[in-house]
Design a protein around this ligand. Structure first.
Ligand SMILES: Cc1cc2nc3c(=O)[nH]c(=O)nc-3n(C[C@H](O)[C@H](O)[C@H](O)COP(=O)(O)O)c2cc1C
Length: 394
């Protein structure tokens, strides 16, 4: 069956239908890397659940033949208000990886945010998309490696930097440890042995993975004098890759273009990000993959929107699985959202066709939700279209 047929109606009528397809396609270790969160995964669950606390307040007896979904993010015209979030090493999910996701984003008229932990060179990802591409920066390999990536991103035509500030150390992803992710990515065959059956259980994935060259070094994290960082080194390297406000100043000087700060959950950090020159503040808990026990992103959004007070764009990510979630985030003041797993399930299920299907479903959801709400455009959405618990209002 072709990839696009595999993700067509009636098998896939909602983004949630892509998850079981992904689970069938890739080994458990890869699926859990994508699906899992940190520690007890309470934040991961809460990210999705908390959308249920937001209720719509529709305006009935109005009708629009067409709703306008277009928006501007950092001056970029997007056909709908959802960007593709940085998802590290997407090439594990499908050989097309970051290039396939970027291509699908471009075709859908939206932007792709490329993770530092990419399996494809940033120049190839830029070339794969007809739309805008942003570069997510970690200080992996220190400032010298980051400087090289920033210069390459500028030369390749990336539109903005997205600096992630919530990763002073990698979160404790228990599923990855249980599945032997580190051993599987490493070079010691003996250590790998107990975990190999899960790869052998997905022979099609395994064949594609080996044909694609297996575990590759990271082409965008090039340490001067040493070369590209190897994937198994990432976990340890993250522990000394924390981005501080001082680093942000250094990054701003070097880049000189727009910067979004991703990983803000409080009014204090939002104000600090603006003081440091952020053009966008990304409300995010990293999809529940970092500090377990922090509140759901949608729950943190009103506090951050109030603190930002129109001085920067506010983005939000975490738990978006339906277009209705996107609309709720916009009602609460987000300019746009970033979707992570929603498209990554599609990538694992069917490569570029799977990502395209996820975006098509989200777009149709947003349009339908606007019409049901009685709202003509995403730019007209505001607080009056939703009701939130009293405890969220401060
Ligand atoms: C498999 C995976 C890898 C991720 N890698 C990165 C990364 O490299 N850099 C980053 O800033 N965020 C990363 N994230 C977080 C996403 O950018 C985003 O914040 C999160 O996925 C949003 O939650 P959602 O998956 O519920 O949409 C990753 C998320 C997933 C699921």
């Amino acid at each position: 069956m072709s990839a696009s047929r595999a993700v067509a109606t009636p098998r896939v009528v909602a983004v949630g239908d892509l998850r079981p397809l992904a689970k069938r396609r890739v080994p458990r270790a890869v699926f859990d890397y994508l699906d899992g969160g940190a520690e007890g995964e309470s934040t991961l669950r809460e990210n999705c659940r908390a959308f249920e606390d937001v209720a719509f307040r529709p305006r009935h007896a109005v009708s629009f033949a067409h709703c306008d979904l277009a928006t501007r993010v950092l001056g970029l015209e997007l056909s709908f208000p959802a960007l593709l979030a940085p998802v590290g090493y997407s090439r594990l999910m499908h050989p097309g990886g970051e290039c396939a996701a970027a291509a699908a984003a471009g075709r859908a008229g939206t932007a792709y945010v490329l993770s530092t932990i990419s399996g494809h060179p940033l120049e190839h990802v830029r070339a794969a998309s007809s739309g805008p591409v942003l570069y997510q920066l970690y200080l992996l390999g220190g400032r010298a490696a980051a400087e090289g990536a920033i210069e390459r991103a500028r030369a390749a035509g990336f539109s903005a930097l997205v600096v992630t500030i919530d990763t002073p150390v990698a979160g404790m992803r228990e599923r990855d440890l249980r599945n032997g992710m580190k051993e599987l990515l490493g070079a010691n065959p003996l250590a790998m042995l107990p975990f190999l059956p899960q790869l052998l259980a997905r022979p099609r994935w395994l064949a594609r993975f080996l044909l694609d060259g297996g575990v590759r070094p990271l082409p965008n994290v090039v340490i001067p004098g040493e070369g590209p960082m190897s994937l198994p080194d990432v976990g340890a390297a993250l522990a000394s890759a924390a981005v501080t406000w001082e680093d942000l100043r250094w990054i701003r000087e070097l880049w000189r273009g727009p910067i979004a700060v991703k990983g803000v959950l409080t009014a204090e950090d939002a104000r600090r990000a603006i003081d440091e020159g952020a053009a966008a503040v990304g409300v995010s808990n990293h999809g529940g993959r970092q500090l377990d026990g922090v509140c759901a992103s949608i729950r943190a959004l009103p506090e951050v929107v109030a603190a930002v007070n129109g001085q920067a764009e506010v983005w939000m990510d975490g738990g978006i699985r339906r277009g209705g979630d996107i609309v709720k985030a916009l009602c609460l003041g987000a300019r746009a959202v970033l979707c992570g797993r929603a498209y990554a399930y599609g990538l694992a299920a069917a490569g570029e066709a799977g990502v395209a299907r996820a975006l098509e479903l989200l777009r149709a959801d947003v349009e339908r939700t606007l019409r049901l709400l009685g709202c003509p455009s995403v730019s007209a959405l505001d607080r009056s279209y939703v009701q939130i618990p009293v405890s969220w209002q401060r």
